[in-house]
Design a protein around this ligand. Structure first.
Ligand code: BGC
Length: 358
């Protein structure tokens, strides 16, 4: 029997006056997630350290205002329709050229000017097989942000046994389109300071190198003898100096890893550990790729939770996804979605500690 509870409280009003809710999912055993229907955003996540003390593991804001600020870097939000970059914001599908917003240095980033992170989703709590779950859904009209086809999207948040936060993504369309959903939580398992001392393992033999605009070159490059080799756990800060060409392009890690194992199968792809608190997090996903972003563009100007300014490397993202710019890279796994097909992906974040259980 799951002891998970889900409760809701008002969280203010979005720019268009739409009321916003904050849901609290609590497993009664130390894992607690707060999720807003604004951007389907994970606002807060508490997990126990090696002494069993629950503490915050996400960057976030105290109030909705922080999330509404247009330039905030997608803290905790669901990203759509297309996570990461599409070169020059354009792609061709069925012989038709689609021009999207070039909202980031001439490229299309994270769904455009008003992506799924900037809208209030429909929300409902329902009883799932393993306990209560929070169902967030939205209908994205044909032409939304320049993307073809009407899309119906559902993201389900649940806390599962064994200290897991589980996200199930589903979508259907009425005309051929492209789709690449992720979640943009910034983790800091210590709850404070930088993540450079966290140890990260990524089960991947290859990554997708990028050009200076952070667009993949199309190559799948071996991680062997590069700072991208996380096949064994590595301290994140260990190889940032002196930077190689790839790290220089991004000011740190901001790359997509080609995950081992078959996409479509839920498998373990990454493991993160904070040696100070002993907190650990394992990532499981059905996706073919994962963007590891080491918070390079955080610059101390963002006033976060409790008035803390988020400095460079204050948090890191592990964004399970299809590869960036796939609509223009035919050799990458396809992000095309057709009417009649269902987009289905799952990502699980499993928390534990190095004192056992993780
Ligand atoms: C991207 C970064 C970007 C960050 C915040 C990440 O997913 O890879 O390049 O700066 O999101 O927008």
């Amino acid at each position: 029997m799951s002891a998970t509870t889900i409760t809701a409280l008002p969280f203010g009003c979005a720019g268009d006056g739409h009321p916003v809710q904050l849901y609290t999912l609590d497993d009664g055993a130390g894992l607690r997630a707060q999720v807003s229907d604004y951007g389907a955003t994970v606002v807060s996540l508490h997990a126990p350290d090696r002494e069993g003390r629950a503490g915050e593991v996400l960057l976030g804001f105290d109030a909705l205002d922080g999330y509404l600020a247009p330039e905030q870097p997608y803290l905790g939000a669901v990203i759509g329709r297309y996570a990461n970059r599409i070169a020059a914001g354009r792609f061709t599908l069925e012989g038709r050229l689609h021009q999207l917003a070039r909202n980031h240095h001439g490229q299309h980033l994270h769904g455009g000017l008003r992506g799924f992170d900037k809208v209030v989703w429909e929300s409902a709590v329902r009883q799932g097989a393993a306990g209560p779950e929070l169902v967030l859904s939205l209908a994205s009209p044909d032409g939304d942000e320049g993307y073809p086809g009407r899309l119906e999207v559902e993201v389900v948040y649940a806390l599962a046994h064994g200290r897991e936060l589980r996200l199930d993504y589903r979508a259907r369309c009425d005309a051929p389109t492209v789709l690449n959903l992720t979640n943009h939580m910034y983790f800091n398992l210590a709850g404070t300071g930088s993540v450079l001392d966290h140890e990260l393992q990524i089960h991947a033999q290859h990554f997708t190198p990028v050009d200076a605009a952070l667009i993949p070159t199309g190559e799948l490059r071996s991680v062997d003898c590069t700072p991208m080799d996380f096949r064994q756990p590595q301290r994140i800060g260990a190889r940032l100096q002196p930077p190689d060409e790839q790290l220089r392009h991004a000011g740190g890690y901001d790359h997509n890893w080609v995950l081992d194992g078959a996409a479509g199968t839920l498998r373990s792809v990454a493991h993160l550990r904070d040696p100070a608190s002993g907190r650990t997090m394992e990532v499981l996903t059905t996706q073919p790729g994962m963007q590891f972003y080491s918070g390079n563009f955080l610059d101390g100007t963002l006033p976060g939770r409790d008035g803390v300014r988020y400095e460079r490397h204050a948090g890191l993202c592990l964004e399970t996804q299809h590869f960036p710019d796939s609509p223009n890279q035919p050799q990458f796994p396809s992000t095309r979605l057709d009417p009649g097909d269902e987009y289905r992906h799952t990502t699980v974040y499993r928390f534990g500690s190095d004192a056992g259980g993780g």
